[in-house]
Design a binder for this molecule. Structure first.
Ligand SMILES: [Zn+2]
Ligand SMILES: [Zn+2]
Length: 111
């Protein structure tokens, strides 16, 4: 898909999801997002959405993925995407599909 816009699907991080996120080393309850937004370029429905749950040190972060093939949100530890553009780094993770976030018209603002 090369339509060049962000997906922006959202999911709430439930209390159960937050509790699961705490199992990852370095995660603090206060740092966990209430809502995760898919950072991927708009994608096929078979591809799960990918949203950031909690940033960690050492270029790591906890992500949630969900979608048609993954009706239950699942948490996973990923390494930050190392790509850097004119206006800063990519907000994705290593190996994410589609374009880097700085290549998309990103309405959420750079972090
Ligand atoms: Zn998505
Ligand atoms: Zn990237």
């Amino acid at each position: 898909m090369t339509c060049g816009r962000p997906c922006e699907a959202e999911t709430w991080i439930t209390p159960a999801g937050k509790t699961a996120a705490l199992a990852f080393p370095g995660v603090e309850w206060a740092d966990i997002s209430d809502c995760a937004v898919c950072v991927l370029e708009a994608h096929a429905p078979e591809t799960p959405h990918q949203g950031l749950v909690c940033e960690l040190q050492c270029d790591q972060a906890v992500w949630v993925y969900w979608g048609a093939g993954h009706p239950l949100s699942e948490l996973v530890l990923r390494t930050d995407c190392p790509a850097t553009g004119r206006d800063g780094g990519c907000s994705g993770y290593v190996g994410h599909p589609g374009r880097h976030t700085f290549e998309l018209p990103y309405p959420l603002g750079a972090d």
